[in-house]
Design a protein around this ligand. Structure first.
Ligand SMILES: N[C@@H](CCC(=O)N[C@@H](CS)C(=O)NCC(=O)O)C(=O)O
Length: 328
């Protein structure tokens, strides 16, 4: 675990001293957008037109933020247009890395050893954390974006004109945008990032704050899902997929490793049926790798788990019937 300072790698854990023990996530630095014709998007520079084969996605199977982008790539039918490299689940002294002897964890573009080399290839004097996902432009040899929230919006609409892309599937529909944004805001702060705030806190009060906000939100979501099939009604949207990637990791990792242990997701009837339903959407199960998820958190985060022993359980069955047909 570490970061780049003026293009040089430093092996350092998150500094929570200056925030009284609170974990604060660093904002992503590359915020350009792929658009249909290459005109600038909501932020950054233009010049990134949606073209088949031009872009490459760097992900970790363990990472909930990267997971969103893999789900969108799959659901939208973008696999033949956007290639992927997967980093190794162990993120230790050198940060995310590739393994020469492991075909599943190689950099297919440059055969890099470390993910930080991708960042310095784009910006030789880059300072900041080296995170996944990264959307890479093979043409300009640079990073388009390292913000998953933006990447899934690009995947939702920019590539719609390409062959085989499911242009009819809109996960951020105009009429639901306000609702989606509003759910996202609370879910991001208290659930997606909330589990990290609990897990990475180095002061009791900061942990407890995050813990309370997280379980208040899970109660709120459980309530919503009692009356609605999905978070904004009868249609699956971006808001659901953003919540899903945290829920699917919860019982295996966040409950124990991040001390989010008031309840497991399987103790919530609606949330647990809902996570199974989303898991069973065709294509999604292939994006879920519980073995790599557990391996990453328990091995990489040595300040939390110094022995690096990975727990065997819990037994999870996301293929069991979800029973959500009757809701809403
Ligand atoms: N805002 C980013 C956050 C991505 C992120 O924090 N990814 C984690 C993995 S789950 C990471 O790469 N962390 C490395 C680090 O912080 O050094 C996004 O949503 O794309």
């Amino acid at each position: 675990m570490g970061l780049l300072v003026d293009g040089q790698w430093h092996d350092e854990w998150y500094d929570t001293d200056k925030t009284g023990g609170k974990f604060e996530r660093e904002a992503a630095r590359f915020r350009n957008w792929v658009t249909v014709d290459g005109s600038p998007g909501p932020a950054g520079e233009g010049g990134f037109a949606a073209e088949s084969g031009r872009y490459h996605l760097y992900v970790s199977m363990a990472c909930p933020w990267a997971h969103r982008t893999l789900i969108f790539r799959k659901l939208k039918g973008l696999e033949r247009h956007i290639s992927v490299s997967v980093v190794h689940p162990d993120m230790v002294e050198n940060g995310w890395e590739f393994r020469e002897d492991d075909p599943a964890h190689q950099d297919h573009l440059y055969q890099s050893q470390f993910m930080h080399q991708i960042y310095t290839r784009a910006a030789p004097d880059y300072s900041g954390r080296v995170t996944v996902p990264v959307l890479w432009d093979k043409r300009q040899e640079t990073i388009v974006s390292n913000e998953s929230a933006d990447i899934i919006r690009m995947f939702n609409s920019a590539f719609n004109g390409l062959e085989g892309v499911k242009s009819g599937l809109d996960l951020y529909p105009e009429q639901l945008r306000e609702q989606v944004d509003s759910v996202n805001e609370r879910v991001y702060d208290t659930v997606n990032n909330g589990v990290y705030k609990a897990g990475f806190a180095t002061a009791q009060d900061k942990y407890e704050e995050a813990y309370s906000a997280l379980f208040d939100s899970l109660d709120w979501l459980e309530q919503i899902l009692a009356g609605k099939r999905y978070l904004t009604g009868s249609q699956l949207t971006e808001a659901d997929w953003r919540l899903f990637t945290t829920l699917i990791r919860f019982d295996a990792v966040y409950y124990s490793h991040f001390k989010c242990n008031r309840r497991q997701i399987r103790d919530y009837p609606n949330l647990s049926g809902y996570v199974r339903e989303l898991y069973q959407v065709p294509g999604v199960a292939e994006t879920v790798d519980i073995r790599q998820i557990k391996q990453h958190y328990y091995v990489s985060q040595r300040t939390i788990n110094p022995t690096q022993v990975v727990p065997v359980g819990p037994d999870l069955d996301f293929d069991a019937p979800h029973g959500r047909e009757q809701v809403g």
